[in-house]
Structure formats: structure tokens, C-alpha cells
Design a protein around this ligand. Sequence first.
Ligand code: SAM
Length: 210
Amino acid sequence: MRLRTDKAAHEKLAARPERVVILDPDALTQLDHVATQSSLALEIGCGKGGFIKELAPHFPKTHFFAFEKFETILVKALLKYDQSPSPNITYVSGDATHLAACFKPLSIEDIYLNFSDPWPKARHEKRRLTYPTQLTHYHQLLKADGTLHLKTDNRSFFYYSLIALQANGFAITDFTTDLSHSDWFNVPTEFEARYTPTTPIHALKARKQV
Ligand SMILES: C[S@@+](CC[C@H](N)C(=O)[O-])C[C@H]1O[C@@H](n2cnc3c(N)ncnc32)[C@H](O)[C@@H]1O
């Protein structure tokens, strides 16, 4: 079901500067100064925010930045946040293709990509969040032992990402082709909760190679 556009979404996000950063692509600035902790992690494409809201309290010494490019969707994440606030989350309204300008190199411990849009058509490959240009940004931002975590219901996107990661400075340290029947620590996302019963979830962890 398509989400109806919230015409007041921008104002709702702008009214929460303590929790939401609205990216201005023409005036990108570093975001690390808003973090409450020195250890930093990113979720790219947080959607309605269920994952980050559940994960962040497990890691109180890490500050999480959750990027989402659609304001209407990010408002949903903010509503969810308000039900059980956690001081170590900042929501970033904007396109994560700009993230290299938002953090210092070697400053991020973990990056989470959950059910990223697979963009299956070859002519849309550059839009994939694991396209080599994006992977170069992640590589630049991650600390020497930093980890990228990916999960998806799309098998083709999974193997595309697995190969692209290895070709762009990452080593796959673990993977599963059936996350729900694995012993991995897992915080389900909204998208995952909808699809898990019928579709095996593929997941991997990739460590930055230096
Ligand atoms: C299929 S949804 C998954 C949402 C959530 N991760 C989940 O698993 O429930 C993908 C989300 O990524 C967001 N997204 C895709 N590309 C993005 C980008 N370049 N920057 C920020 N958000 C992005 C989309 O707007 C969408 O909300």
C-alpha cells in the first residue's frame, strides 16, 4: 500500500531540530557534533524507523544516524521514536548519497543497509546503495575495523552486493541465506516483518579491508 504524502512533513521535521537534521545538498556540513557518543553508526534508508528505535537502546555508547530521503516516511519514524525516546539517535532527512560530506573519514564503526531498494533494471544500477561509488564512500567513512551490515529479501541484490563489496575493499566475514532460521542477533525492520514468512532473508557482514 502506498503511503499518502504528508504535505506538512517538512514542517513537522523542521520543528524537531534536536532530533532531526534536514540536509541541504547545497550547504552540506559535518554532523558528528550532534552525536551524544563518540562511537558512530549509520542506517541508510531507515524507512519507518522500527529497526533503529529497537537497536539503539542495545548500544547506548553508540550514536546512530538514521538517513531517510522521503520526509513523509521519516515523520512516521519520528512518531515511533516519540513513543520510546532514545537519546542516541539522530534522524537525517535527505539523500544518503551525500553522506561522505557529513562525517570525517575513518569515523564510523558500523553501517546498516536494511532492505535497500534493489533497482533490478541494469540501467538503474547506479541507484543501488551498494553501487561501487557508494561503497567507496562507506569505505572512506568506516574505521579500519568497521563493518557494513546488509539484509535483503532480494536474492539478486544480495549477490550483486556481495560481489561488489569484495571488489571494493571489503571482506565478507559472515553471511546467511535464511536469517530467520539462523542464530544471528537480529532486530527485524517493518519491511522484514511483512515478508519474512514467505521469503528467506539474506544477510551479510562485510569488514573494511585496509
Ligand atoms: C524498501 S524500504 C526499507 C525501509 C526499512 N529499511 C525497512 O527495512 O523497513 C527502503 C528505504 O530506503 C530509503 N532510501 C532509498 N535510497 C535512499 C537514499 N539514497 N538515501 C536515503 N534513503 C534512501 C527509501 O526512501 C525507503 O524508505
